[in-house]
Design a protein around this ligand. Structure first.
Ligand SMILES: C[S@@+](CC[C@H](N)C(=O)[O-])C[C@H]1O[C@@H](n2cnc3c(N)ncnc32)[C@H](O)[C@@H]1O
Length: 310
């Protein structure tokens, strides 16, 4: 059994081991602060694994193996499994469980936080996610290089619906656009609360994420800066959103910092870019990823850049 990778040499921070709270199973108290909701339905486990199409040569990344219900099945399929677990008590349980199987040499368990620590190269990622790290984790893997083949992840239902939402749909938002800029995302299945122990307060869903290849050639922080302004209020037209005092001031400051000589009526200059590109009277929910890319290019061509926050 590979040792827990605790070493500072690999840049890993110390993992938390308590305080324990909540729900007891096999001597371990589940800690709600770490989003510990164990997947107890084997049919859901099989559904997730099938969707990941794991090959015997694959390196699989799992976040939060917990007591190992998914892990054991992943080990059967993968060439190698790298699992990050933040709670040393669950890591110990997992080591005990896996050491009784023929797959123990395939497991590389990292005791540490999946957000704070660097990730290895991997082909496929599978996880019943701790929901509190959903957003940072999705963007961490989508920006990770080399690109992976696919990720099959369980999220809170609301978050999953926002990831997959298309223009005009209720859940379409900044998260949808940022995630779909970088990947294709498909809703795989709904999973109700009673499939977990202890049951979470919210419903869950599994999604499958396939990164776009090649990755789009765009400054992600500028793209997100534009979306922050556009989506600040969903029902407002883009002209109204970009005419706000704080927005005009920020864009003017960026313009000057980049050495531009600003036109006298800078607010009108911004509105002109929106009007000329035909987006002034549109609302953010109507625009697809390609529209936002086009709008960003129109702004950038006019010397307007999105840096800093309003
Ligand atoms: C929803 S449980 C999933 C447990 C197990 N995979 C299952 O499906 O039964 C989430 C797991 O993630 C772990 N966890 C929470 N935050 C984490 C983090 N930042 N990095 C790594 N693991 C984390 C928890 O300790 C827990 O084991």
């Amino acid at each position: 059994m590979p040792k827990h990778a605790k070493s500072k040499a690999r840049g890993h921070t110390a993992a938390a081991s308590g305080p324990a709270s909540g729900y007891r199973r096999t001597g371990v108290l589940f800690n709600k602060d770490f989003g510990q909701h164990i997947l107890k339905n084997p049919l859901v486990v099989t559904g997730i694994i099938d969707k990941a199409n794991i090959r015997s040569s694959d390196t699989v990344l799992e976040i939060g193996p917990g007591t190992g219900n998914l892990t054991i099945k992943l080990l059967e399929k993968a060439g190698k499994l790298i699992a990050y677990e933040v709670d040393s008590r669950l890591a110990d349980e997992l080591v005990k469980r896996v050491s009784k199987t023929m797959y123990k040499s395939k497991l590389h368990l990292v005791l540490g936080d999946a957000i704070k620590n660097p990730l290895p190269a991997f082909d496929v990622c599978v996880a019943n996610m701790p929901y509190q790290i959903s957003s940072p984790f999705v963007f961490k893997i989508l920006k990770h290089r080399p690109l992976f083949r696919c990720a099959v992840l369980m999220f809170q239902r609301e978050f999953a619906l926002r990831l997959v939402a298309k223009p005009g749909e209720e859940h379409y938002c900044r998260l949808s656009v940022n995630a779909q800029l970088l990947s294709n995302i498909e809703h795989v299945m709904k999973v109700s609360k009673n499939n977990f122990r202890p049951p979470p307060k919210v419903e869950s869903s599994v999604v499958r994420i396939v990164p776009h290849r090649p990755a789009p050639d765009v400054d992600l922080s500028e793209f997100d800066g534009l979306l922050r302004i556009a989506f600040e209020r969903k029902n407002r037209t883009l002209a109204a959103a970009f005419k706000k005092k704080g927005v005009v001031a920020l864009l003017l400051q960026n313009f000057k910092q980049l050495g531009g000589e600003p036109p006298e009526d800078f607010k009108q200059f911004i509105v002109d870019v929106l009007t000329e590109s035909d987006y002034a009277s549109k609302r953010p929910q109507q625009l697809a990823v390609a529209d936002f890319l086009r709008l960003l290019k129109a702004f950038n061509d006019a010397g307007i850049h999105f840096r800093g926050s309003i």
